[in-house]
Ligand binder design. Structure first.
Ligand code: P6P
Length: 333
């Protein structure tokens, strides 16, 4: 494949599809630059005194790691002055962050989970940044949380950075999914995956099996069939992976197929699941669907869900189309 930079790709996409106006192009480049900085901070580990907890809790009541807070700051400071955004929302902040008056206000809303999988930070396992971009409503003057409450189908761009053996940026603007690898010597993002595609079928599934006794019947039935392998109705053996880092599990699934599940379960009957709709499930669903996969909450397409709260949670079944369709069907029989 001809090695092109992120900038060249974005310029060519704009010329080809006219779907990446200058401000959106700037937004993606700024987010990509912030992810480079996060990758550098993550890579320093103890040498950068960035490990361990920050001694605070986020809106989810989860203990914040120092790198959660640092990554959030990096993304805020990188994006607030560019004139491409009206406001920002983050897993690490209760309220939305309107662009300060000292800067021009743009037409996009940016949402992110600055560092997903942070329980893996202190044990040196792959983590990532997830981002989602929406258009600000026409005529909006003072951004409020309500302006963010748009279904995932309204996203104009979404993707993630994955901080693993390589640092990669994977995103879509609605015309397929492209992958870029960070060239650390040059400090540039170089395209290494064009038009990524998920196989419709798979023999690999991802779920936290320690919750099995809490699963509701449709999930129990589906996973039991996978575990039965050749001896059961599926007639083939399945493998299991669970990294406890959604970005890492989904990057593997995007690369070689699979199904990732974080269902609602009886531990918290009033909660639809653990993962957040606006800045985890929606952006990953946009990427996975653009690569030919599927994403539902067990009942409906994730990107059709009309949000009513910024930090609302959702059950997630996402990955190879035929497996997502099967487990969704079990929820509807
Ligand atoms: P559990 C990380 O905290 C996260 O939000 C996802 O990245 C990951 O898939 C999931 O939670 C892991 O959850 O319950 O297995 O620790």
């Amino acid at each position: 494949m001809k090695r092109i930079s992120l900038t060249q790709h974005l310029v060519e996409e704009q010329r080809l599809h006219n779907t990446i106006p200058a401000e959106l192009r700037l937004l993606i480049e700024v987010v990509a630059r912030a992810c480079k900085t996060i990758s550098h901070a993550v890579g320093k580990g103890e040498l950068g005194d960035v490990m361990g907890s920050a001694g605070s809790e986020n809106v989810q009541g989860e203990v914040q790691k120092k790198l959660d807070v640092i990554s959030n700051e990096i993304l805020l400071l990188a994006n607030e002055w560019g004139g491409h955004l009206a406001a920002i929302a983050s897993e690490e902040m209760e309220a939305i962050y309107p662009i300060p008056n000292r800067y021009p206000m743009g037409e996009y809303l940016l949402l992110f989970d600055p560092l997903d999988g942070s329980s893996n930070i202190d044990v040196n396992v792959t983590i990532g940044t997830i981002f989602s971009v929406l258009k600000a409503p026409e005529g909006m003057k003072n951004p409020t949380e309500k302006d963010f409450l748009q279904p995932g189908s309204k996203q104009v761009a979404a993707g993630y950075a994955i901080y693993g053996p390589q640092t990669m940026l994977v995103f879509t603007t609605g015309n397929g999914v492209q992958g870029f690898t960070l060239d650390r010597e040059m400090g540039s993002w170089i395209m290494t995956e064009r038009d990524m595609h998920i196989p419709d079928d798979t023999s690999e599934f991802s779920i936290n099996a320690s919750n099995a006794r809490h699963w509701y019947p449709p999930v129990k039935r589906y996973v039991d069939e996978l575990l039965a392998g050749q001896t059961g109705p599926r007639g083939k053996d399945f493998n299991m992976r669970w990294i406890a880092s959604m970005v890492a599990d989904l990057h593997r699934i995007l690369t070689r197929g699979g199904i990732f599940m974080y269902p609602a379960d009886a531990r918290e009957p009033d909660k639809p699941g653990k993962l957040r709709l606006m800045y985890e499930a929606n952006p990953m669903a946009f990427v996975i669907e653009q690569a030919g996969g599927a994403a539902t909450d067990g009942k409906q397409r994730i990107m059709d869900i009309q949000p009513d709260k910024l930090h609302q949670r959702v059950a997630v079944f996402i990955g190879s189309k035929n497996e997502v369709e099967r487990v969704t069907q079990y929820h509807n029989t």
